[in-house]
Design a protein around this ligand. Sequence first.
Ligand SMILES: [Cu+2]
Length: 196
Amino acid sequence: MTTSITTRPATRRLGIRRTKTMATALVAVVAAVTLTACGGSDAAPATQASTVTIENPWVKEADSGMTAAFGTLRNASDHQAVIVSATSSSTSSMELHEMATNDEGEMVMRPMKGGFVIPAGGTHKLDPGSDHLMFMDVTTPIKAGDTVTVTLTFADKSTMKFTAPARTFSGAKENYEGHDDMDGHDHMDMDDMGHE
Ligand SMILES: [Cu+2]
């Protein structure tokens, strides 16, 4: 009884000291976390996907093979946004294409190096005869009136999904540069391309 009375305050004192030490450590940790948070930019930056929209999206109808999606990408932020890849359940793979003149002086489409850049507060147009989202190999026939879903991935890894109605369109039959002898997809002629 006497022993326990004399030892208890000692234990309590030790306990208090331990609590104080822990509290000090905790304050240090909180301060460090706060400092880290303040070291970054003002607020959490908006993702590129959250500031980009697409206007008048549409897809060219196709039973199989290649087709493309178009529309006007708009960037509402004051930072540029870059689309680096795209997918759609309607095609086994998708590429970001641009039109360019090849060594033979022909207009061909080819993967756009660096992706589609949408300037701060600006737009990036996807049109037949110009940049487009290329469906490399349509898996399910896309008929006029169907709705196709496309997911865009940005440089910051954020993603944006949009739906585009399919339309009948006679143009956009660009030649595809690259793997010329791998399959027939790249031999579509561009007689009725519609651009000069
Ligand atoms: Cu293409």
